[in-house]
Design a protein around this ligand. Structure first.
Ligand code: ADP
Ligand code: MG
Length: 383
């Protein structure tokens, strides 16, 4: 049964009525542009065909009642008396979005509903942003405000940063809000301007979950951010986005060796990401694949955020004749890689790569052939 039908059926069971609305918001995978978002740079994700779904109806009493099928749990809140959770739990994403919307001046009505999703949790495909945007969309359905993708992006990011205390950039929420079917989305993380580009004809995107999870990722992330900020300060600019490659090559001797490597990744990655747009506009799968391979090497050697499992799965993918290019995706140290492959070969590629990776490492991978999907939307509205 599809997730749409599952949440609908569970809604009927819980509330003895048809839902008034069904909404969904997708997870994402980043094709290229890694660790560039907090340097005001460029990222190039696509919304995947896995999403958080909510079937709901309005409530007149400004309360929120949510049933999570995945957590087998139920929570209720008053929208005018929200409490910041002591530790992050699934309902914190809902109260966080409600808090953040109200902070920005949106007048909210309440709702009750059933939530379920098929974005794997904690594997770097951003199940959290999917849940946030689905919650925002649910509030939009029962309240009286305009849906603006950039405003919803900032609101949901703030929920994650300031309500849940999770330090994340803007990419996850933006792509979940603004994804476009069959297109990747180039995002300028400074201006939040976006441009869509089609995947090269005859290609498919495969997500390769190493089956390993990141440890110590927060401290490493904060350390990388500090190193990037140090490089920008040294160059006298607001962010590394403001330095292009020729300028960097002229001035790199001004940086100490480790900071120089970090900066070289970010600056070269921004250049690769802009080049990836040209590759996509020309339908050049070979060039796009080469850029992805170069991105991985830069993340591995200069930014040092890969892991043995990520390197192994990327090597297995790149060794396959059907693969144009593969790289780690997300923050790193575990989680997922992404590959651009020949569409016809995608299922066979996935089987071969999973077997080779498992033989090489002993880890259990999960591979998904994915499709670029639409961002947050109302799938059904009664009457
Ligand atoms: P990810 O990389 O998947 O975004 P996070 O740790 O940022 O990992 O977010 C995962 C958390 O988001 C889960 O632990 C849970 O609290 C919440 N979450 C995500 N999807 C769902 C869902 N379908 N139902 C309930 N909670 C969810
Ligand atoms: Mg997350």
């Amino acid at each position: 049964m599809s997730l749409a039908n599952q949440v609908k059926q569970a809604f009927r069971n819980a509330f003895n009525e048809e839902p008034a609305f069904i909404v969904r918001a997708p997870g994402r995978v980043n094709l290229i542009g890694e660790h560039t978002d907090y340097n005001d740079g460029f990222v190039f994700p696509l919304a995947i065909d896995r999403a958080a779904w909510i079937a709901l109806r309005p409530r007149a009493d400004k309360r929120l009642l949510a049933l999570s099928l995945d957590m087998q749990d139920q929570r209720e809140f008053a929208l005018d008396d929200l409490r910041r959770p002591a530790e992050v739990d699934w309902d914190g994403y809902l109260t966080g979005v409600a808090w953040s919307l109200q902070e920005r001046g949106y007048a909210l009505n309440g709702w009750e509903g059933v939530i379920s999703g098929d974005v794997p949790i904690g594997s770097g495909l951003s199940s959290s942003a999917a849940l946030e945007l689905a919650a925002a969309r649910a509030f939009y359905c029962v309240s009286d405000f305009e849906w603006d993708a950039a405003a919803m992006t900032l609101t949901c990011q703030r929920a994650e940063n300031d309500w849940l205390g999770v330090n994340c950039g803007i990419m996850d929420q933006m792509i979940s809000a603004a994804g476009v079917e069959d297109r990747a989305l180039l995002i300028d993380c400074r201006s939040l301007e976006t441009a869509t580009a089609p995947l090269p004809a005859g290609t498919a995107v495969v997500i390769l979950d190493t089956g390993t999870r990141r440890g110590l990722v927060d401290s490493a992330y904060n350390e990388r951010r500090a190193q990037c900020e140090a490089a920008a300060r040294r160059f006298g600019v607001k962010a590394l986005r403001d330095i292009d490659l020729p300028t960097f090559l002229e001035r790199e001797h001004e940086l100490e060796p480790l900071v120089r490597k970090r900066a070289r990744h970010v600056i070269s990655e921004n250049a690769r990401t802009l080049k990836a747009r040209q590759a996509m506009d020309r339908g050049d799968a070979d060039l796009l694949g080469q850029l992805m391979i170069a991105s991985h090497l830069s993340l591995r050697d200069d930014f040092e955020v890969s892991s043995p499992a990520l390197d192994a799965i990327v090597d297995c993918a790149n060794a396959d004749a059907a693969c144009y290019g593969a790289r780690m995706t997300g923050a790193g140290f575990g989680g997922c890689a992404v590959a651009l492959v020949e569409a016809d070969e995608a299922p066979a590629f996935s089987e071969r790569t999973a077997a080779n990776y498992q033989a090489a490492t002993g880890h259990d991978p999960a591979l998904y052939v994915t499709k670029a999907s639409r961002g947050a939307e109302t799938v059904y509205a009664a009457g």
